[in-house]
Write a protein that binds this ligand. Structure first.
Ligand code: HSE
Length: 305
């Protein structure tokens, strides 16, 4: 009556697909162990102990598990242990990975009443604990793997798209806090507050064009399609102002041969998409620029999970 699962980090938005897509990567994993303590007969109890993340209700694993039990009317006492592998608050879907792993583990324990697609809903609602509002992009990628697009945010309908195997992702991860977050606020919250409330029609058409290129285009001409991930529209424009060295790093990445360069989720981690053979050059040149602005950073070439 105990299961242990892991869920990967992920890159949300991937440029134009803000809140609608994420890419699972093999950078790091959250490991979640769920155990049934007892059948209560009445009520639900979920205890969460976490290493490297908040315990109890403040952990997204709690809400993901609770919502599943509540939906099914299961009156269980569960004990959950979370070992955090995905660094929190870095824009790599850390809270989503814990929620996704917890949802998947609880589903397994209960005899798999839900499909992975259906679990996206419960895990995405748990994200509200970390981000203020539910969002489904990171959890969808952590649950299903690869590039996952949300086709309807009101119900579990997702598409998984293929990306060529000879494409790598380079992550640029700062080692100190480069985005200033006022006390009492979350990083994602701050990065969402700066977004414009309205955008002109012409901008929304340009945005849609890139979103279509990155989704439908992937099936026609994948390398050209991946270049669309370079466009983050009004989201990138607003957020990049808070990330030191962004414009310079992006220019360098593209000059060094990257297909695309953008912000991973709500940042501050940045990513480049490169074809095999270009990874060393892009990693080296961009890291050199970012070092000037950030001080120490981690540069990692990863695969799509
Ligand atoms: N899509 C969300 C955002 C991801 O960019 O705000 C946050 O983890």
């Amino acid at each position: 009556n105990r299961v242990r699962v892991k869920a990967p980090a992920s890159i949300a938005n991937l440029g134009p697909l803000f809140d609608l897509a994420a890419l699972a990567i093999d950078y790091a994993y959250d490991v979640v162990e769920v155990e049934v303590v007892e059948e209560l007969g009445d009520g639900i109890r979920v205890d969460v102990e976490a290493a490297g993340a908040p315990s109890g209700e403040a952990n997204t694993a709690y809400t993901a598990a609770y919502k599943i039990l509540e939906y099914l009317g299961e009156t269980l006492h569960l004990r959950i242990r979370v070992v955090k592998g995905v660094p929190p608050r870095m824009g790599m879907g850390g809270s989503g990975a814990s929620a996704a792993a917890a949802a998947y583990a609880v589903n397994l324990l209960l005899g798999e009443p839900f499909t992975k697609e259906e679990l996206v809903k419960f895990a995405g609602e748990a994200e509200a604990v970390a981000a203020g509002t539910p969002h489904y992009d990171n959890v969808a990628a952590s649950l299903l793997g690869g590039l996952v697009i949300l086709l309807d945010r009101s119900r579990p309908w997702v598409a998984r798209l293929n990306i060529p195997e000879d494409v790598y992702i380079i992550l640029f991860i700062p080692k100190r806090e480069v985005v200033k977050v006022p006390p009492g606020k979350g990083k994602t919250e701050v990065m969402r507050e700066v977004l414009p409330r309205e955008i002109p029609l012409a901008t929304s058409i340009a945005w849609m064009e890139k979103a279509l290129a990155l989704t439908l285009g992937l099936q026609l001409d994948p390398y050209t399609a991946l270049k669309a991930a370079n466009y983050g529209g009004p989201v990138e424009e607003a957020r990049s102002k808070l990330i030191p060295g962004y414009a310079e790093a992006k220019r360098e990445a593209l000059e060094a041969g990257a297909l695309a360069f953008n912000i991973s989720g709500a940042g501050p981690t940045l990513f480049a998409i490169v074809r095999e053979g270009d990874e060393d050059e892009v990693a080296r040149r961009v890291a050199k620029i970012l070092e000037k602005h950030w001080g120490e950073l981690e540069t990692r070439v990863v695969n799509i999970d």
